[in-house]
Design a protein around this ligand. Structure first.
Ligand code: ZN
Ligand code: ZN
Length: 367
């Protein structure tokens, strides 16, 4: 099979970068490769990075509460890989897997510890829905697809159960090879202090910069709470998970002012916050972190190498020989755009990031 070369692109550092791939894998990355008899995709002057990974989405189209279509939030938005964050549980993840298999976008899933995921908003209010054996069976049956587990720990989800669902999630994690655990936070109960106290290095806290009173900022002092710093320093992963309700500019800016940055950047996208905002797509969430003060280089890491490491996607996240040929080609465009967070606060971006070509497993798609 012929090799393909992505020719004339540059990294975010400005360095020239040609990428050669064949049969879905990258075979060479260098500042200048010979064209020989390779098929050429000319991207002269455009930027490229490893394919963007969005590690918090909802894309099982047969649900009614939070759903979307993998390719509409993935390849069409410059995103090569999405991780569905607990839309399904042990009883319906096999059906989701069937649909995910035919998407152009790479799709992985975090298994909700509740048996059919987010059919209703309060999936952890009834503890009999957490069935350890069927969870273990699903993880056993779909080892390539299920890359972690999910527990939503906020008032509307847990009912009267306090911290117990998180204890059960950690037990499940221990019994299943320490799979990555993503924990959603929101309104109390449980108190954030209690949730963070139970989380370990490598566990993922999503909705880290939400603007709720039970979030990371002390409403009185407007400083980051001490116990939050403790968890951050311990190595708990702080994931954006923007969502309809969970990203606040003031919180993100306060954190940055104190030296705390989100570890990974993700959208929590589903059809309504994609079409009506405030999420729209991963690029828009990346623009929001740029306006807050993150550099494009670190933003790109937080949607490539970082999520790949966090969820053990060992063939993804890097432009290097042997890795999957997943690549996002993009432009940085000067222009103004009003960005709105989940609480109606606005900021104006003056530099925008626009994906123009998406390559997934060596196949090219134009954006
Ligand atoms: Zn959530
Ligand atoms: Zn979510």
């Amino acid at each position: 099979m012929k090799q393909t070369v992505l020719k004339g692109g540059k990294l975010i550092t400005g360095e020239r970068c040609d990428v050669v791939f064949q049969e879905g894998k990258i075979v060479e990355v260098s500042s200048e490769v010979e064209i020989d008899n390779k098929e050429v995709i000319d991207i002269e002057g455009k930027y490229l990075s490893a394919g963007w990974i969005d590690d918090h989405v909802h894309c099982f189209e047969e649900m009614s509460l939070y759903y979307d279509f993998p390719d509409q939030i993935g390849v069409e938005k410059g995103v090569t890989t999405v991780i569905d964050a607990g839309t399904t549980g042990a009883e319906n993840i096999r059906r989701f897997h069937q649909l995910a298999e035919v998407a152009k976008t790479n799709v992985y899933a975090l298994l909700n510890i509740s048996k059919w995921g987010i059919v209703e908003q309060d999936e952890l209010a009834d503890l009999t829905k957490i069935q350890e054996e069927s969870v273990a069976q699903a993880i056993h049956d779909l080892p390539e697809f299920i890359v972690g587990i999910k527990a939503r720990m906020s008032k509307t989800v847990i009912g009267e159960n306090g911290i117990t669902p998180l204890e059960l999630a950690e037990k499940i994690q221990e019994e299943n090879n320490q799979l990555p655990l993503m924990v959603h936070i929101g309104s109390a109960p449980p108190e954030l202090a209690e949730t963070l106290d139970m989380m370990e290095k490598g566990d993922v806290l999503t909705h880290c910069f939400n603007g709720k009173p039970n979030g990371i900022v002390d409403q009185q002092t407007t400083k980051i709470k001490d116990f939050v710093w403790k968890a951050y320093r311990k190595g708990v992963i702080f994931d954006i998970g923007h969502g309809t309700d969970s990203f606040n500019f003031d919180v993100a800016e306060q954190a940055l002012a104190e030296g705390m940055k989100a570890t990974s950047i993700s959208t929590d996208i589903y059809i309504r916050n994609r079409t009506n905002g405030p999420v729209y797509d991963l690029a828009t969430t990346m623009e929001k972190l740029h306006v807050v003060g993150y550099s494009w280089a670190e933003i790109l890491e937080k949607v490539t190498t970082v999520p790949a490491d966090n969820f053990h996607l060992t063939n993804k996240g890097k432009l290097a020989a042997g890795f999957d040929a997943d690549i996002t080609v993009f432009e940085l465009v000067e222009g103004t755009k009003e960005l709105v967070d989940s609480n109606g606060n606005t900021r104006t971006a003056i530099q925008l990031i626009k994906p123009v070509k998406t390559i997934i497993g060596g196949r090219l798609y134009d954006n």
